[in-house]
Design a binder for this molecule. Structure first.
Ligand SMILES: Cc1cc2nc3c(=O)[nH]c(=O)nc-3n(C[C@H](O)[C@H](O)[C@H](O)COP(=O)(O)O)c2cc1C
Length: 307
């Protein structure tokens, strides 16, 4: 009997359905025991979010500051053959609940020397969050062996609108009847058990360290040039603005609300303006800096951290 620990957080069930689809082959196999650990913040995050609540979590998310969690329901001395983490990026960083779990003594015990597969569910920007995940796992002495991503496949500006309707208004169907439904498609979810099968076969053969190229062949990672450039801008600027806001006060405080609201206007506007420019640049980049560009894509297609 092999034991798998599945650590997850999901506000509206998107990350959970991606994770359930990937893990279907494990659920159907009697030789596997799956233990689920739903990470629960003591003070739960709202859904739908108000505009201010949404942008007010930005500084601490980017800075990686932990929130308090409900006691962890798994014995931390359990010995697992594999650990799966299903999470969402928030503001190009690991979402606060999962990032908080990774900072607990229990995570330290559970994850040391263990192989880890991450399952990401998001709009379309996960590169920065996964870089932070690589760092966290390295600090825990865990071994990241695989990454599978589930994204909204619409154009960037379309999903910018539908994700805002999704998180701020709770719109789960087609926004205004004309926009596509936000999130991962049924087709992508139906394909997901293929990834689970790859993980399982390689776990059986002791070859887990070789799974990423096989996962990639099945479309586990969708790295788009325009988003790679766009995320690069965000990742450089976000820590500066996060500090600017948190200088005024802690989460929820009145003193920082003006700065939070300004950010809430600046960010979507910047994406709106920069998105077409960056899309054009990203079409040129493979021509102008072909080598560098394909090197970047190759880097984000694997699981080790840049020197
Ligand atoms: C506070 C917040 C910030 C987000 N930031 C990002 C982001 O940086 N990149 C991205 O692709 N999606 C982002 N999203 C979308 C989520 O990754 C995800 O699609 C959504 O929360 C649904 O996941 P769930 O149902 O499992 O909670 C964000 C969502 C929230 C609530």
């Amino acid at each position: 009997m092999k034991k798998v620990l599945v650590v997850y957080y999901s506000q509206t069930g998107q990350a959970k359905s991606a994770m359930d689809s990937v893990l279907k082959p494990f659920e159907e196999n009697k030789n596997y025991q799956l233990d689920y650990l739903l990470v629960k913040p003591k003070k739960s995050f709202p859904y739908p979010w108000s505009y201010t609540q949404f942008f007010d979590v930005f500084p601490e998310t980017v800075q990686g500051i932990a929130c308090e969690l409900e006691p962890i329901s798994i014995n931390p001395t359990n010995n697992y053959d594999l650990i799966v983490i299903a999470y969402q990026p928030w503001f190009l960083s690991i979402c606060v609940p999962i990032n908080s779990f990774l900072q607990t003594p229990e995570a330290n015990l559970l994850m040391k020397d263990k192989p880890v597969v991450t399952i990401i569910n998001c709009r379309n920007m996960w590169l920065g969050a996964q870089e932070k995940m690589k760092k966290r796992l390295l600090n825990l002495d865990a071994k990241l062996v695989g990454n599978i991503t589930f994204v909204d496949r619409s154009a960037n500006l379309v999903s910018l609108i539908t994700v805002l309707a999704f998180v701020l208004k709770g719109t789960k169907e087609k926004f205004m009847g004309i926009f596509p439904k936000y999130g991962v498609t049924e087709k992508d979810l139906a394909h997901a058990p293929v990834f689970g099968k790859i993980i399982m076969e390689n776990l059986e053969n002791g070859q887990l360290q070789n799974i990423q190229p096989q996962l990639n062949q099945q479309g586990a990672l969708d790295i788009r040039g325009n988003l790679l450039l766009m995320e690069g801008r965000g990742r450089a600027l976000f820590p500066l603005y996060a500090n600017y806001i948190s200088k005024k006060g802690t989460q929820g405080s009145e003193q920082r609300k003006t700065r939070v609201r300004i950010f809430g206007i600046v960010l979507p506007t910047a994406i709106l303006i920069l998105s077409p420019v960056i899309t054009i640049l990203s079409r040129l980049a493979p021509l102008l800096a072909k080598k560098k560009f394909s090197k970047e894509i190759a880097y984000y297609s694997q699981n080790s951290l840049r020197e």
